[in-house]
Design a protein around this ligand. Structure first.
Ligand SMILES: O=C(O)CCC(=O)C(=O)O
Ligand SMILES: [Fe+2]
Length: 352
């Protein structure tokens, strides 16, 4: 293993396989019907078709890709260029905007997933600036704090590129949320109120080339804890999804200009398990570095997450006790700073 820090080494059962299965069947959904008033073309789906496709993808995979999503490609390219320029700098420069226990936004290169270090560097920033969150994870502490973004000096247009891109992705995230709501038989805007004073954040991911891609992971297996994730990946590929039908890890082959969408734990709970948050991970490689940009669409800290009344009944009672999103998220985040010896908080802890 030479000079590789042991903190990166996955246990044998969690190491990547030497052959990868490609998930060509992760649905690709064309959103053009949402963006044009006149959808006469045969290739674009009607609204009803769209809702059915979204519902089926959420049930079968928990993941889907979208094309013709309305995000201008120039906006995406600009943030991709800015991200590469930022990460290309020496560590001393990046550490000037390092995140710490007081400010969880900024640059970070020692994140752990399930107590194993990830082979990646990240830069995080929130949508709302400032973002209000609980001051601590202690259940009885009702104090709140404001998180403020840190911006690097280089590249000079970094902040502008990030903020413009975020505005576009937030618009897309609301459209997807509304489609998901409709697919559950609910009014389109059923969930929107939970996102007033949202705690959403954007993450720029950089996965450097790795000399031991068979032993380490870019991100270890995990489920996203928020409502919805909108991911941009480059043409290198590395995202693997645990297929629901057989538990096999399958690679999501990059589709040009597409976004990869997955439902997180919050939608799993709201839908009372109708849609499940699916495990995924990132494999790295020894030849090409990889960049990705996930957007984590998260509710307000004050939201109590619980199965929606409309989706529960006598025959299908609520499967979760209500939990506070802010406390849940804050408890999760402390593991970013401390290598915990216990398992982190998970939604199944709230199962009835
Ligand atoms: O980089 C990717 O493709 C996915 C990253 C991811 O799953 C995450 O940051 O939660
Ligand atoms: Fe993820």
């Amino acid at each position: 293993m030479g000079d590789i820090d042991e903190a990166f080494i996955q246990s044998v059962e969690h190491r990547p396989k030497s052959t990868t299965v490609e998930a060509q069947s992760i649905p690709v959904i064309n959103l053009s019907a949402l963006n044009s008033q006149h959808c006469s073309s045969n290739s674009s789906s009607s609204m009803e078709d769209l809702i059915v496709q979204v519902g089926e993808a959420c049930k079968k995979w928990g993941f889907f890709q979208v094309i013709n999503h309305g995000v201008p490609s120039s906006c995406r390219e600009k943030v991709e260029v800015a991200s590469r320029a930022f990460f290309r700098q020496p560590s001393e420069e990046k550490r000037k905007v390092r995140r710490d226990e007081a400010n969880p936004m900024g640059f970070y290169d020692t994140e752990h997933t399930k107590n194993i270090r990830d082979w990646k560097q990240v830069f995080d920033f929130t949508v709302e600036n400032p973002t209000v969150v609980p001051a601590s994870h202690e259940p009885d502490d009702v104090e709140l704090q404001e998180i403020v973004n840190q911006w690097p000096e280089y590249p000079p247009n970094f902040r502008e590129a990030c903020e413009e891109y975020t505005r576009e992705i937030v618009k897309l995230a609301y459209k997807l949320l509304e489609l998901i709501s409709l697919s559950l038989g609910l009014p389109a805007e059923k969930f929107n109120g939970f996102f007033k004073n949202q705690t959403s954040f954007m993450r720029l991911n950089y996965y450097p080339v790795c000399p031991v891609p068979h032993l380490a992971l870019g991100v270890g297996r995990h489920k996203d804890s928020g409502a919805l994730t909108v991911l941009s990946q480059d043409d290198v590929g590395g995202l693997e999804v645990k297929r629901k039908s057989d538990g096999e890890w399958v690679l999501v082959r990059p589709t040009p200009n597409a976004y990869i969408i997955n439902v997180g734990d919050v939608i799993q709970v709201w839908s009372n398990d109708k849609y499940e948050s699916v495990e995924h991970r990132v494999i790295v490689n020894s030849e090409r570095e990889r960049f990705s940009i996930p957007f984590f669409f998260n509710p307000s800290h004050a939201v109590m997450v619980e199965p929606l009344k409309e989706l529960t009944s006598k025959q299908n009672p609520a499967r979760y006790k209500p939990y506070n999103w802010g406390k849940f998220h804050t408890t999760r985040n402390i593991s970013n700073f401390k290598k915990l010896n216990v398992e982190n908080v998970q939604i199944y802890h709230f199962r009835i």
